[in-house]
Design a protein around this ligand. Structure first.
Ligand code: ADP
Ligand code: ZN
Length: 207
């Protein structure tokens, strides 16, 4: 069983790498950010509750995301493991997760703050297939994979990005120690080429 947690600041490439590792290892990719954005789009009670926090770059309350993850990892497709992307993000979330399941490995994708601001402010995402692109490497208006119109996420503006990084440093960074103390932390250099990051993660998982 491979119950994996992907840690790292916003813009480190967690979502991109989680999607790639999910495809390579056949494990479901569970992104709390994507689940919350879908809930907002559908106008569900959870979406209505989450929207103001997310637009400001703040964290959605623990009990909301813990409930989402608890339900999701109980599904059949998670029987052989899963990849959690963007959860846990606080110590209470990590403690709640430890109560309901056993995490096999926490993969920490490390990148410096200034590069993160550049990556996030030029980021474009495909709402149809989830592909992430950057204005410096792709200038088209439509997704190169599926053709849907690319969008800029509401929280990918500079002020909100800076707040997300500060929230990360205060609330999520302590989880690195949390998993290190449990002997299951693997840190990967997220500054490398995207394929090399994927290879490094696969090596860590298969070691
Ligand atoms: P990024 O890692 O680029 O910030 P995500 O899509 O993972 O993007 O998260 C976007 C937003 O969704 C966060 O800023 C936060 O408001 C909310 N969110 C996602 N996961 C969690 C979580 N585990 N706890 C609280 N809020 C969350
Ligand atoms: Zn697409």
């Amino acid at each position: 069983m491979k119950n994996l947690v992907f840690l790292g600041p916003p813009g480190a490439g967690k979502g991109t790498q989680a999607a790639r590792i999910s495809a390579r290892l056949g494990l479901p990719h569970i992104s709390t950010g994507n689940i919350l954005r879908a809930a907002i789009k559908e106008g569900t009670p959870i979406g209505l509750k989450a929207k103001s926090y997310m637009d400001a770059g703040n964290l959605v309350p623990d009990e909301v995301v813990i409930g989402i993850v608890k339900d999701r990892i109980a599904k059949d497709d998670c029987a052989n493991g899963y990849i959690l992307d963007g959860f846990p993000r606080t110590l209470p979330q990590a403690e709640a997760l430890a109560q309901i399941t056993q995490i096999t490995m926490a993969v920490n994708i490390a990148v410096e703050d200034e590069l993160l601001v550049k990556r996030l402010s030029g980021r474009r995402v495909c709402p149809a297939c989830g592909l992430t692109t950057h204005v410096n490497s792709y200038s088209g208006a439509n997704c190169p994979t599926c053709g849907a119109a690319l969008i800029q996420r509401a929280d990918d503006n500079e002020a909100t990005i800076r707040n997300r990084l500060s929230v990360y440093n205060k609330q999520t960074q302590p989880l690195i120690d949390f998993y290190q103390q449990r002997g299951i932390l693997e840190t990967v250099d997220g500054y490398q080429d995207i394929d090399l990051v994927t290879d490094a993660i696969v090596r860590a998982i298969e070691a």
